[in-house]
Design a protein around this ligand. Sequence first.
Ligand SMILES: *[C@@H]1O[C@H](CO)[C@@H](O)[C@H](O)[C@H]1NC(C)=O
Length: 378
Amino acid sequence: MILLSTLLLLFLVTTFKFAQSQPPLASCDGFYGCISSLRQSDCAPGEVLISGASLDGCCPGCRGGQGYMQVCNVNVPNRRCAPGLKCDRKCLYDQTTCLHTIHMKEEEEWAGWYPRCNVDGTYASRQCRGDRLSGRCFCYSEDGRRLFGWDWYKNAATMTCACSRRRAKLEAEGRTTVTLHCTQNGNFEELQCDSGVCWCADEYGGDPLIGTTVVHDGLWKLLPCYNATLHGDSYLRQCESAAFAQKTIQKRFATRGTIGVTFNAVRCDYDGTYGAYKIENGVVYCTWRDGKKIGSFQVRSSMVSSVNCNCARDTQIFQEAGIPFTLSCGGNGNYEYLQDQNGQLFCVDGDGYVVSTDVRPTESCDKFIYNSEFYDEE
Ligand SMILES: *[C@@H]1O[C@H](CO)[C@@H](O)[C@H](O)[C@H]1NC(C)=O
């Protein structure tokens, strides 16, 4: 204990020194006056709300420029594209920033849904669909990919998706054995273990709760948030244990020099349950949280990068919630973009929400879906 606190003190002292030696930032200190309630809807048509657009770059503000498909020139100040667009003789969607979706909204034929953006150009972590009664919210990454984590719209007020985002980030950095546990809505579970240590976590941000300590993972049962009924004897859940065992075997094969032994990796979700699909003998199957196959959804494994099984999983989620499920899934378990109900055609997107009710039989739904190939201009 004494050693630990000495170490902690040392750590604090070093970080403090480090912080002191940093050059002062070109300063927005003393700026407390940003209008934090400024919204995109407060901007004039064609203008986009971005961070650092007003008061010497210290506050968010609205900024305009040439609109979508207008002629542009990066060297002429009043010929530059508006935020969210990039200049290639004409202003085109800059899909590296969420802000491009704001210009889609201004397109006349655009009827679809577009995601919410943060003023820094990243995607908002929580993206909500449908109405407040039966709609749902999903966790999204900063760059606009759907992540693990969802809740009904009416329950989503405290949903931060911070755990889902943390895990996604760590995995993107190359860590293959992250064991943070997220709740169904993408927040942090109360008890966390990762990288050999355990702690009682703040649900919304994941930091250790004030007044609790971080312990070596062998001591996890001593944590005040440990509950024997709930957590039992093992922090890792069934799927995680299976995945862990597989990785150990793989490692053993690798050290013996056996290569070419391919495993179909056990995929787990961020709550420790089984992932949305598994691969067996060259076939991808949609699976439920317990690892069992859902229906007969399947596709050959070369197609795996396009599989999300969102529709297959939703059939089960809606059934459990007692809500009739009326949409059709593709054979691979994804949502079929073009839906047909008694001859009435409409389009849904990958999350299963209607994006257009005005579609002709020969028309593709892609142009109503913000992240579809239709909008990849290059
Ligand atoms: C432990 O978990 C069980 C099951 O969820 C719950 O019923 C019980 O109230 C918990 N006990 C404590 C002390 O929190």
